[in-house]
Write a protein that binds this ligand. Structure first.
Ligand SMILES: O=C(O)CCC(=O)C(=O)O
Length: 255
């Protein structure tokens, strides 16, 4: 099951998101824009030439050989093109509609490149345990800057899994959900320009990139500013608390 909608029908998006915990919005960016962001992403990572690999410890057993992942936190602090995307109403209007709120606040961002042939997978997990919030009005948008068919290790989700609320995650090392079979999660193949929105309670992960092309995505995590964190974690992220849409009615008390 892949739940896809056009970004212009906001009530339909909100309904799909409420029922399934995710929605794939087709063509939110044009192919040209996606190609430009892809180029910017790869150029930036090549220029920084960092050698850190964020592959999860718990992902090691998901493939035969060693896998690799390139990443960059806070890309909007390196290139203004990413800042523009953060406040683009094509994105923020959907983020607000699916959360059922007016105001959208930045939590953090992560640029990922899964290299060809051995791009690292992500074990199934909720994002909730990494940064729990009181009312769970926290979501993610994954921008696809190139095509992500299943063989490129596209994102997978467990439809409706958000409805059961927070789950107990394996506390050893990186949080994940060893009891949920990986194959239960439904692949969400996407094209360049598509954006996958999901709640931080939706169980998700992704497979190994076994194709001969990189998979390039930008993950933006956002929240309702009226939803306070219950634990102060992840507050090293640059720009956390920046308003992407509307106002912060709390006067920054949650930041
Ligand atoms: O980009 C992906 O394949 C999944 C990323 C993810 O699940 C995460 O960063 O929490």
């Amino acid at each position: 099951m892949t739940i896809t909608e056009s970004r212009t029908d906001l009530p339909a998006l909100a309904t799909q998101y409420a029922e399934n915990g995710f929605v794939l919005v087709k063509g939110l960016l044009s192919k040209q824009e996606a190609a430009s962001y892809r180029e910017t992403s790869h150029r930036l990572l090549a220029r920084l030439n960092r050698d850190d690999d964020p592959t999860w410890q718990s992902a090691m057993g998901m493939s035969e050989g060693k896998t690799r992942l390139q990443h960059l936190h806070d890309a909007q602090f390196y290139d203004a093109a990413f800042s523009r995307l953060l406040v683009d109403p094509r994105f923020t209007d959907v983020a607000a509609a699916v959360m059922g709120v007016e105001d959208v606040q930045l939590h953090h961002t992560k640029l990922f490149v899964k290299p060809p042939e051995n791009g690292s997978p992500f074990p199934l997990h909720q994002d909730y345990p990494f940064f729990p919030h009181k009312y769970h009005r926290v979501g993610a948008a994954i921008f696809h800057f190139d095509d992500a068919p299943e063989e490129k290790g596209c994102v997978r989700v467990l439809p409706g899994s958000h409805l059961g609320g927070p789950r107990e995650h394996d506390p050893s090392g990186s949080f994940h959900l060893p009891e949920v079979p990986f194959d239960d999660a439904v692949p969400q193949p996407a094209e360049a320009g598509d954006v996958l929105f999901f709640t931080y309670l939706t169980v998700h992960g992704s497979g190994v990139n076994i194709s001969d092309e990189a998979r390039t995505t930008w993950l933006v995590q956002y929240r309702d500013p009226s939803d306070p964190p219950t634990v102060k974690t992840h507050d090293h992220s640059l720009g956390q608390g920046m308003m992407l849409r509307g106002v912060d009615p709390t006067g920054r008390s949650g930041v």
